[in-house]
Design a protein around this ligand. Structure first.
Ligand SMILES: N[C@@H](CCC(=O)N[C@@H](CS)C(=O)NCC(=O)O)C(=O)O
Length: 219
């Protein structure tokens, strides 16, 4: 099996890559990395000096691919399956990349900051880095897009794409730290559609045993 995914089953950006792998039943070896283990962290840093996962190693093409969006584009190009993550239409491809950036930058990153802040010592909290307002604005943008009556099935229309792989982890943990507002029925319905997708259900089932490790809110 040429592909190895270096990941952790609880890590939100790793979910994004896993969803894509499971969508198309792409065979791969899963290498779980414990960042608290010095040797495992050093091995990851050797692959990708930034030290963040997911990282995909493709021995068949002698390539190491970092960054979840790039991993998914790489899979789409070199290991294509029935789900195409970047639509063939140029306009839809652009929309897909825009939505992918939107979910990563304006939902996922603010969510990560809130969870990251929970890990800081009480006297080292970063209230300025925590952007709940950004999350709420983003929820509003999604609600407008998905509002009842004009609801698209997926982030860029009828096709499940890279943008939907990005949306699920961002929205799952986003909803945990800053719950979706009442009345955002389009957003909630979209989140439910994502959760019903078999690739997503599989990722969630594999993450379940680790959920106790998610840092809880501290006073
Ligand atoms: N832009 C990166 C973000 C990756 C990322 O933030 N990964 C987190 C896990 S969800 C991580 O590796 N955190 C460990 C650390 O920062 O030390 C991507 O899209 O892959």
């Amino acid at each position: 099996m040429p592909l190895t995914l270096h990941y952790h089953p609880l890590a939100s950006f790793c979910w994004k890559a896993l969803i894509a792998l499971y969508e198309n039943d792409i065979p791969f070896t899963a290498n779980m990395v414990d960042l608290g283990n010095a040797a495992e962290r050093a091995a990851l840093l050797k692959l990708w000096p930034i030290g963040k996962f997911p990282v995909l190693r493709d021995d068949a093409r002698d390539r190491t691919v970092a960054e979840s969006s790039i991993i998914i584009e790489y899979l789409d190009r070199h290991y294509p399956g029935p789900t195409r993550f970047i639509p063939a239409s140029e306009e839809l491809a652009l929309q897909t990349r825009l939505r992918d950036r939107f979910y990563d930058l304006y939902v996922h990153l603010p969510m990560q900051k809130i969870i990251g802040d929970r890990l800081r010592r009480r006297d080292k909290k970063d209230p300025y880095g925590v952007e709940r307002a950004q999350l709420r604005t983003s929820y509003g943008v999604i609600e407008t897009q998905m509002a009842a009556g004009t609801a698209d099935t997926w982030a860029t229309g009828d096709l499940f794409t890279l943008a939907d792989c990005a949306a699920l982890p961002a929205l799952f943990y986003g909803n945990m730290v800053e719950p979706f507002p009442n009345g955002h029925s389009g957003l909630i319905a979209y989140f439910e559609r994502l959760n019903a997708r078999p690739s997503v259900a599989r990722v969630m089932k594999e993450a379940e045993p680790y959920f106790a490790m998610v840092p809880k809110e501290t006073a």
